[in-house]
Design a protein around this ligand. Sequence first.
Ligand code: TRP
Length: 330
Amino acid sequence: MENKKRVLSCIQPSGMLTLGNYLGALKNWKSMSEEFDCIFAVADLHAITVRQVPKDFRQHIYDTFALLLSIGLNPEENILFLQSNVSQHTELAWLLSCYTQFGELSRMTQFKDKSLKHADNVNLGLFAYPTLMAADILLYNADLVPVGSDQKQHLEITRDIAARFNGIYGDVFKLPEPYIGKSGARVMSLQDPTKKMSKSDDNVNAWVAILDDEDTIIRKFKRAVTDSEAKVCFKEGKDGINNLINIYSAVTEKTVAEIEKEFENKGYGDFKTAVAESVADALKPVRENYKMFISDKAELERIFRSGAEKAEAIAIKTLSKAMKKVGFIR
Ligand code: TRP
């Protein structure tokens, strides 16, 4: 137990998590939990950098936490909690913000993208987002952080901030390494496979929700955009088929070569059905578990409170150490 590497990751509580969240992050979390000492949180504090409707927000937090349990994460073996339940995250974020330069935050591509998307609400939290994320990671001395390509820059700035702080005060923070998961699949839209699959897509056929029922999943895959070549192979220019191959590969753990062979003499119809069924089968237990967990909020609360207690015991030590180094009196 002691010499297992520590992994930390968080997921934002957005309404409907998609197949992209499942294959890109959650499925890896489950396999990492078997090998590492894992700490996973629902990043509710990060979510208010864009405006939330309180009632929906609350529900999304419960939903997302229930989903962590539904994919099979064990709250006895891993630490699972809500970020806002452990106050050290915001405290360390403030500290770190004084060791983070305006210029480096201005270069964050996610900040630039989101400021364009939410031009009417370019708030300080959105700008400071990476310092809160750095706090999430550094509080727990994480060795590894599984991140998709869109979060790589945030992990790099976390390392820069930690190294800068350590440079002044000595070894306080552990520098985390990025962890690229086995599948790490980047799932694209089923309707425009040059874009990432997103639940904010206006076309509901573009994305599959983790909680979609089997018929819906099959219908959405049948409508997926492909091409006119009618050959299941992975190559440039075949974005739709490439995406389906990636999804099928992530779900079944078959290699691209194996998949090409399997569908050598078959049409797109058969291939789409196979992909759809594999996805539906993989998500079925998640959906069933979710129904059970979400129906007992008191139990969910018990689990996340107990997770927060365990998280806090670690976080409090790191925060105190960092604050003492700066000169604060604890
Ligand atoms: N910013 C991440 C995302 O939107 C979520 C996140 C918050 C996170 N804190 C983190 C991920 C710490 C890894 C580690 O996907």
